[in-house]
Design a protein. Sequence first.
Length: 246
Amino acid sequence: MDDPFQMQRELRYGAPVCDQILAGRYFTIGYSWYFRQAKWTLEIINPNDIYEWESVQRRDKFRADIRIPKRFRGGLNAYKGSGYDRGHLVASANHNELDIQNSETFLLSNMSPQKPELNRFMWRDLEMAIRKLNDREDVLETYTLTAPVFYFQREIETIGDDQNEYGIDIPVPHAFVKSVLAEKLNGKLELWTFEMENKKLEGELEDYLVVTYDAEQLVGGRFWDRISGSDIHAQKADKRKMWDMD
C-alpha cells in the first residue's frame, strides 16, 4: 500500500496518529473509530488558487463516507433534532475552486457536532481570518490542522442514530483546536494554535491562542512531527499576537 504521507501534499510536515487515514483528493482526514468522527483533518488552504478559476457554488451535499466501516460511522440521522450543527472541520469555503473539491468537504467524516453559537460566529471568524492569512503576498502556502477535543474530566454528551443498524452514538466534542502553519516565500515557518470551547464565545480571536504543545497533549499526538521545533517561529500565547489582518 502506498504511503499517504508521501502522496498527500498537506501531510508533508506531519500529522498525529489515528485509526484510519482517509486520503482525499484535496485534504486528508485522520479518523477515530472510537469517537465516530475525525481525530484530525489536515488541509492546504485553497490549494488550487494559483489557477484563475472562479469560485463554485457551495455543494451542501452532506453524505456518509463509505470508506469507513459502517459500524464506526454515524449518519445524517444522528444530527436531526440534536441541536448541533454538522460542523465542518475542513471549511467548505477553503475549497471552492472545483465542484468535486467542494463536494468532498460535505462528507460526514469531515463533520463534528458543533454548537451553532460557535460554528456560525467565532469559528467562522477564525476560518475567514485564516483565508486572509493565506491571501498575503508573503505567504506561499497555509497548512491547517483541525481536531475535536474531549475533556475527560467532564461528562461527554452524545447524539445518536437509532436508524443505524449498529445504533451509533457520536460523542460531542467539548472544544476544537486549529493549528495554523504558514510557509512564507522566504522559507520561514510561522505557527499559531487556537483552542475554542464548543459554545458561544466572546472576545477576540487572539484570546483563544494557546501553546501548541498543550493542544497536542489534548489531542494526543504531535501536530507537525516532520519539523524540528527550532525551525518554527511559534507565536507565544501570552503575547496574544496574530497575523496582520489588514
